[in-house]
Design a protein around this ligand. Structure first.
Ligand code: ADP
Length: 363
């Protein structure tokens, strides 16, 4: 594992009696694409702005390449920044916009010219050099903003919801561009979004923010397979959360009962829970299987009633009701439908592999 390049250590920021962030710590590797994901108000921007130098923390520190960053004036940090709204200078051409940070740094003309060409090429806008920003689409303007932010080879590029003003199709296009640009430049990126799909598509790792704290950090795959809390599980992907009362919890195995008395066990052990406690089982829709009663043979399973069936092309989605009238989702490969024997209103059995179940302490 490579050493941390950007170290965020125990940041706290308060506004009067509002705690915006608390205990925020994170190590980011050089060249890593790190995304801050979380709902609005969870502290993502505050953390980003402290790294940028727009805000000062109440406590904590940030190290860049081993050196304290917060004592460095914002304009001396040389950190690139791209915002949600395109912040191009409207009276300067695209080329002049990209050249601007280099001119401020008094770089020689020849270097500025070469760098502008290189950046235009990087964002695939070479033909737009002499246009004014108003003559570009929103997506193109944001690519110019990225080129401008990268023109002076910043050690870190900060991006605050840079694609949220664009429509879905354009957003997906620029996400691909951004991945390519990240790969080609190797720049370290901190990226803020509340869109889980965007986070999964772009990031090497994701830090999930909740109420001013980082709840979990990991690759998209790690967060999806092993969420550390119900919050993370519900923020990344779809989940069914089933209420369970614990009857025993030891040797790495939990046994419990659902509200209808049906017994259940989980391969995921949660040391916080003991017999008699209420917890929550999480099972992803694609990890559940549904069988019509007549096909189930002697198979055990949770009895359910089919409420709705949706054909999704590559998958079938079943909405079913548990005996305690909770609606849960099941996703099966579409091929399954031909002999499923399932229709709306039929009784069915649902089962799953106990290894795919996660157990959380919160009810
Ligand atoms: P996010 O970027 O995840 O939407 P923010 O970092 O913007 O979250 O905000 C975190 C919390 O701090 C929120 O509760 C927000 O209301 C509060 N906050 C942010 N900026 C200010 C401010 N200037 N004054 C008071 N409260 C603020």
């Amino acid at each position: 594992m490579t050493a941390a390049f950007l170290q965020i250590q125990r940041l706290r920021k308060t506004y009067d009696d509002v705690v915006a962030i608390d205990q925020v710590s994170l190590d980011v590797r050089k060249g890593e694409f790190m995304t801050f994901l979380g709902p609005s108000g969870s502290g993502k921007s505050t953390t980003l702005y402290i790294v940028a130098g727009f805000q000062e923390p109440s406590e904590g520190r940030v190290l860049l390449d081993g050196k304290p960053l917060l004592s460095v004036a914002p304009n001396k940090r040389h950190i690139g920044m791209v915002f949600q709204r395109y912040t191009l200078f409207p009276h300067l051409t695209v080329g002049e916009n990209i050249a601007f940070p280099l001119r401020v740094r008094r770089r020689p003309d020849a270097e500025v010219k070469a760098k502008v060409e290189q950046m235009l090429k990087l964002v695939h806008l070479s033909e737009c050099r002499d246009r004014m920003p108003a003559q570009l689409s929103g997506g193109q303007q944001q690519r110019v903003a990225i080129a401008r932010a990268l023109a002076y080879d910043p050690p870190v590029l900060l991006m605050d919801e840079p694609l949220s003003a664009l429509d879905k199709k354009l957003r997906e296009e620029i996400q691909l561009e951004l991945r390519r640009i990240h790969q080609e430049t190797g720049v370290t990126i901190l990226y803020v979004t509340h869109d889980q799909e965007e986070a999964l598509r772009l990031s090497d790792r994701i830090a999930v923010f909740n109420k001013g704290r980082i709840e979990q950090v990991g690759t998209g795959e790690e967060l999806y397979a092993n969420p550390s809390s119900r919050f993370v599980a519900s923020f990344i992907g779809n989940s069914n959360f089933l209420p369970v009362r614990v009857t025993s919890n030891n040797d790495g195995r939990m046994n419990g009962v659902f509200p209808n008395g049906h017994t259940v066990s989980s391969g995921s052990f949660n040391p916080v829970l003991t017999a008699g406690d209420e917890g929550t089982l999480m099972i992803r829709p694609e990890q559940m299987r549904i069988h019509a009663l007549r096909n189930a043979g002697s198979a055990a399973g949770l009895p359910v009633t089919v409420r709705d069936i949706t054909y999704l092309g590559d998958a079938m989605h079943y909405a079913v009701a548990t005996p305690w009238q909770q609606e849960i989702s099941i996703r099966m490969p579409a091929g399954h439908r031909h002999d499923s024997g399932l229709s709306i209103g039929t009784q069915a059995l649902v089962d799953w592999d106990t290894r795919d179940v996660r157990l959380f302490a919160q009810a």
